[in-house]
Design a protein around this ligand. Structure first.
Ligand code: ATP
Length: 238
């Protein structure tokens, strides 16, 4: 569902992403890991079509900036930004119109708002929402169009424990429905029971790709693998 080939993003002379190649299949949860500044958000933003880049990114076989690809995509950004002067209800209507959603979107919107405890706040304006409420709203907006590829940048930060539990349930349900999911996070514990495949980024490059099955064979945890890869570099530097 998602394929990147030679994804490279330069900021001046800095290569924030350097020849990144990976795939995420339908019904798979992939986790993008790496230390601060490794290039995770850059990769997610490039895939979401928000940055110019070199290389190729395909979503469902379409170039990522095409309308066909955008129809398949849901994006939950690291920093949620609700429209100040739209209510929660109006955000959902806006998404429904932008994606030309057919009958039934209101029920889906209601269900999502219920699950993320926003159903009693639908008349509140974007500017009246707390950071966590904005994060919940951006989750509802991303899921309303029933995306086939979901990009999630640091999903758990700022959410209360109930919302974290609900979001994990939602992500597992989406995977069961065949949605391809790419999550970028530092919170290894938060994805331990979710992930199928991981890509560990270091200095803009993929240092390691592992499936959960491969890691289980070695008896290692995701955390052990992360430190093995990221601390190797520190040792080499000292
Ligand atoms: P974090 O875990 O801290 O969120 P990250 O892995 O998401 O980090 P990126 O935000 O992708 O890392 O940044 C990768 C590199 O690109 C960093 O060196 C960063 O300083 C640089 N960078 C990111 N955005 C810009 C920008 N707009 N202009 C210049 N350099 C940038």
């Amino acid at each position: 569902m998602l394929k990147t080939e030679g994804l490279t993003k330069k900021y001046g002379s800095l290569k924030a992403n350097d020849d990144i190649c990976f795939e995420v299949a339908a019904g798979e949860i992939a986790v993008l890991l790496g230390p601060n500044g490794a290039g995770k958000s850059t990769a997610i933003k490039a895939i979401a079509g928000l940055l110019r880049f070199q290389g190729k990114i395909e979503i469902g076989g379409y170039p990522n900036k095409s309308v066909q690809a955008k129809r398949l995509l849901g994006y939950i950004p690291e920093i949620p930004t609700a429209y100040d002067l739209l209510t929660i209800d109006e955000h959902m209507q806006f998404i429904a119109r932008a994606y030309s959603l057919g009958d039934g979107w209101e029920n889906r919107a209601q269900e999502l708002l219920n699950r993320l405890e926003l159903a009693d706040k639908t008349k509140k304006l974007g500017k009246e929402l707390s950071k966590g409420m904005q994060q919940k709203l951006s989750i509802c907006c991303a899921l309303l169009s029933e995306p086939k590829l979901l990009l999630v940048d640091e999903p758990m930060v700022g959410l209360d424990p109930h919302a974290i539990k609900e979001l994990k349930k939602i992500l597992l349900e989406e995977r069961a429905k065949g949605t391809a999911i790419l999550i970028s996070t530092h919170l290894l514990d938060s994805v331990e029971d979710l992930w199928d495949k991981t890509f560990i980024l270091m200095d803009g490059k993929i240092a390691v790709t592992r499936t959960k099955a491969e890691l289980m064979n070695t008896g290692e945890s995701l955390e052990q693998l992360f430190f093995e890869i990221t601390e190797k570099k520190d040792e080499a530097a000292s």
